[in-house]
Design a protein around this ligand. Sequence first.
Ligand code: NAI
Ligand code: MG
Length: 336
Amino acid sequence: MTTTIAVIRGDGIGPEIMDATLHVLDALGAGLQYEFVDAGLAAHERTGELLPQATLDAIARHRIALKSPLTTPVGEGFSSINVALRRHFDLYANVRPAVSFPNTRSRFAENVDLITVRENTEGAYAGEGQQVSEDGATATLVQKITRRGSERIVRYAFDLAVRTGRKKVTVVHKANILKSTSGLFLKVAREVAAHYPAIQCNELIVDNCCMQLVMRPEQFDVIVTTNLFGDIISDLCAGLVGGLGLAPGANIGADAAIFEAVHGSAPDIAGKGIANPCALLLGAAQMLDHLQRPELATRLREAIRATLAAADTLTPDLGGSGSTQGFARAIAARVG
Ligand code: NAI
Ligand code: MG
């Protein structure tokens, strides 16, 4: 079976970590074909556009994209391309696993294995009704939460738990204070949870959740929450397991899904061949799960784990002196 995916090589360290990732995917025998398309600075230099229509068309056609980080040029008129992609394809679920790996300089190296499912389209970040009064003294913002938006994200989280054999979903909210918005989210979450009797559902207020995550991260399995809370919590979770070099993320909608590393284009180390490819590789593993090839995803994750454990090809961010390509070759040698 051949599947074609859209591939965005991106900016800065993007092409280096993408080449490394595709090398490993090929060694894995994933049978993927790639259509290379541009976005970000690379696209802007070539076409004058940050997000060319041809790129949108390719993602719509293949429904799957693997994407390296993009540099958003600083200056007027440029909004984030990542946000534009999320909006265009209505990628409502931001899915970020945080898993302990060896030799990652993490404070919680052992037992973390959780996934944050963040609602990606609503709430404070939707930017509705942003206003600053004329005298600059008062700023307002509309925070809108809908039944539809809440239902689909909570359903996504429970379906993910069922599909991946996870046992527990924690609904994170602040319904005690944000009675209308967070209240609606919690109410809908309870209704959805009732349809999944085999999955344990518990509720946690967001501030307590942050404390619990730091004190006992191993108690968490799947976390589902609204946009702003999810943004903060998912970074906290990335920090628990050793930071940006190991944090992948997926943006998933009904018609398309984009898999990526959480980190940016790292201009400070671009072109040096020392970027850690693990985050994008773990994003590729999420993609394989999404393509219903879990056995390949597991083999990829195990090869990454074994290579980190061997510690002889680690990149400088992990305390080693290895290169992106050397690291990738060591992983590729283990996926067969
Ligand atoms: P960054 O994540 O690119 O870099 C932060 C620090 O982490 C730097 O010191 C960098 O060298 C290091 N780092 C990041 N990824 C690494 C890796 N794989 N291996 C080793 N070290 C790594 O964040 P920054 O500097 O704030 O942003 C740079 C550019 O990236 C900006 O143009 C920003 O807009 C863009 N960006 C793009 C994202 C995306 O496309 N998803 C996400 C975040 C930022
Ligand atoms: Mg964030």
